[in-house]
Design a protein around this ligand. Structure first.
Ligand code: PTJ
Length: 246
């Protein structure tokens, strides 16, 4: 048992959630490696939400509210780390959840659906009757009334190929990825360079704030967002954080 007074308490508890996800058959073993990579970037960013990430989260909230058909993609890491939080966001923006795995097995897809339902999720797209064009085999499978026909897709911890394929389909892709250099980060329309455990509650918070805004006001928040600049700022944040530690 890790005491709350431990200086790395939050990081260690997050790690435990991923380990528990693997134990429950929700998270893939590769999810442990992904979490380690994420942790390293989070460390370089100072383990806090930067001003740029907060802005991207605000834009993401507006985009999801503006979308007629937003969908939230859930993988094994997301299901282990932020199940309640992702359900809350899904309800706030009226976006169904869809389990979409990189290392897909039907067993794990069903385990995640059961896990989300047990946590209270009501809106989950569960068919796998469509394919993302140009993606090979299992990880191309999606729901025709979910990701396949969505206008805006939130993809936390996505892989680069699928992110590109979704943008090629004309969708607006919002990624959450602590690595500003990843192919996913580069391909997405909006990249939130933040830890998912902070990003999801922040987006939901902005959705609540934006609730009072009309469509034109939401549109103004979205207009002019430049993802290249957003990513360059994230790299600057890392450099500044490192220089301050010299
Ligand atoms: O459950 P599955 O089968 O869909 O598999 C999910 C993983 C995440 C294992 C799979 O998509 C994968 O291997 O992803 P990658 O290629 O390792 O990419 C994950 C990206 O997410 C990396 O750029 C990490 O830096 C980033 N990342 C990891 N943990 C977090 C994170 N970003 C935000 N918050 C995190 N907690």
């Amino acid at each position: 048992m890790i005491p709350k007074s431990h200086p790395r308490y939050v990081s260690l508890m997050t790690r435990d959630k991923i380990v528990e996800g693997v134990r429950q058959g929700i998270t893939g073993t590769q999810g442990l490696i992904a979490q380690g990579r994420g942790e390293a970037f989070d460390y370089l960013l100072g383990e806090k939400t930067t001003f740029g990430a907060l802005h991207a989260e605000k834009v993401a909230a507006a985009m999801m509210l503006l979308a007629k058909r937003p969908v939230i993609s859930v993988n094994g890491n997301v299901a282990a780390l932020v199940p309640e939080e992702i359900i809350r966001l899904s309800e706030a923006v009226n976006a169904p959840l869809e389990v979409n795995l990189f290392y897909r097995t039907e067993e794990r897809v069903n385990a995640i659906i059961r896990h989300l339902r047990a946590k209270g999720a009501k809106s989950i797209c569960t068919k796998s009757d469509a394919l993302i064009p140009s993606i090979e085999h299992e990880r191309a499978k999606v729901d025709s009334s979910g990701i396949f026909s969505a206008e805006v897709v939130l993809v936390p911890l996505e892989d680069g190929d699928r992110c590109k394929a979704l943008t090629d389909m004309g969708k607006i892709v919002i990624a959450i990825d602590l690595n500003p250099l990843s192919r996913t980060s580069q391909w997405a329309n909006v990249t939130i360079v933040d830890n998912i455990v902070r990003a999801i509650p922040n987006i939901t918070g902005f959705v609540k704030e934006h609730g009072k805004l009309d469509e034109d006001e939401l549109q103004k928040l979205v207009e002019g967002f430049d993802n290249k600049k957003n990513l360059a700022d994230a790299i600057d944040n890392i450099l500044q954080h490192l220089s301050a530690r010299k």
